[in-house]
Design a protein around this ligand. Structure first.
Ligand code: KIV
Length: 273
């Protein structure tokens, strides 16, 4: 057996078992090269439909297609070895019926070989989550702020700021857990509500802009690296790579223009970076 095949990838049940245990570390990645870096430190890699904003410059995630998710999901699987890879179901690929969701999820799982899918929505998607989970497809839920609904929400505002608004969000959390999701992303939800949901439901909550009260955290990789032109206020930056990349590009351009480029003797020999 090769060394590679002896490393077991984390599974949805492994993540489910982390409820109230060691916090779950999750980051997004859309490429093989960033997946390899993220894989060394994270339990879960999310191939988020935020790739529409980050990679493609769309204003929202609405234009993202199933083919785009499958292409990047397969790249992330090739780049990673041990993390559970979860691929987002894009807007329009699952809402029409349980059968539409099943067909889209099967394509994602067969063509990327990822370990789970994620979809947005609570009570309204519970029947679909139960349908998929009962047919061999692990589902991660996503409640609170659901960016694919931007056109009905009107803005990307935090959810559940006032206690009177907590009821529907708590109902969503409970519905997703009862339907058989193995974990749920809770986005842009006020701390007391995130804490209450985390204490109440049986599956791990993974927060983004929802406080440290959750069972784990997720961020968009490019946001925490300082590569995104705009980031939500709650994002803590762990790097400022934008200026470093620009300085490297500037150095290259200067070398090319001044003909100070290295001689090509070993041009096809690869060196490990
Ligand atoms: O698409 C994405 O990256 C996400 C995270 C923000 C949770 O859904």
């Amino acid at each position: 057996m090769s060394i590679q095949s002896s490393i077991r990838r984390k599974t949805a049940p492994d993540i489910r078992a982390r409820k109230r245990g060691e916090p779950i570390v999750m980051l997004t990645s859309y490429h093989a090269h960033t997946a390899a870096l993220v894989d060394r430190h994270c339990d879960v890699i999310l191939v988020g439909d935020s790739l529409g904003n980050v990679m493609h410059g769309f204003e929202t995630t609405v234009p993202v297609t199933l083919d785009m998710m499958i292409l990047q999901g397969a790249a992330v699987m090739r780049g990673s070895k041990q993390a559970l890879v979860v691929v987002d179901m894009p807007f329009g690929s699952y809402e029409a019926s349980r059968e539409q969701a099943f067909n889209s999820a099967v394509r994602i799982m067969k063509e990327t070989q990822c370990g789970a899918v994620k979809l947005e929505g609570g009570v309204r998607m519970a029947e679909t989550i139960a349908f998929l989970s009962g047919r061999g497809i692990p589902v991660m839920g996503h409640i609170g702020l659901t960016p694919q609904s931007i056109n009905t929400l009107g803005s990307f505002r935090a959810q559940g700021r006032n206690e009177v608004d907590w009821g529907p969000i708590e109902d969503d959390a409970k519905a997703v857990a009862d339907a058989g999701a193995f974990s749920v992303v809770v986005e842009a939800v006020a701390e007391p509500l995130a804490r209450r949901i985390t204490e109440t439901i049986a599956i791990p909550t993974i927060g983004i802009g929802a406080s440290a009260a959750c069972d784990g955290q997720v961020l968009v990789l490019e946001d925490m690296l300082g590569l995104s032109p705009r980031t939500p206020k709650f994002v803590r930056r762990y790097g400022n790579l934008g200026p470093a990349i620009e300085a490297a590009i500037e150095g290259y351009a200067t070398d090319v223009r001044s003909r100070a480029f290295p001689a090509p003797e070993h041009v096809y020999e690869m060196k490990k970076s």
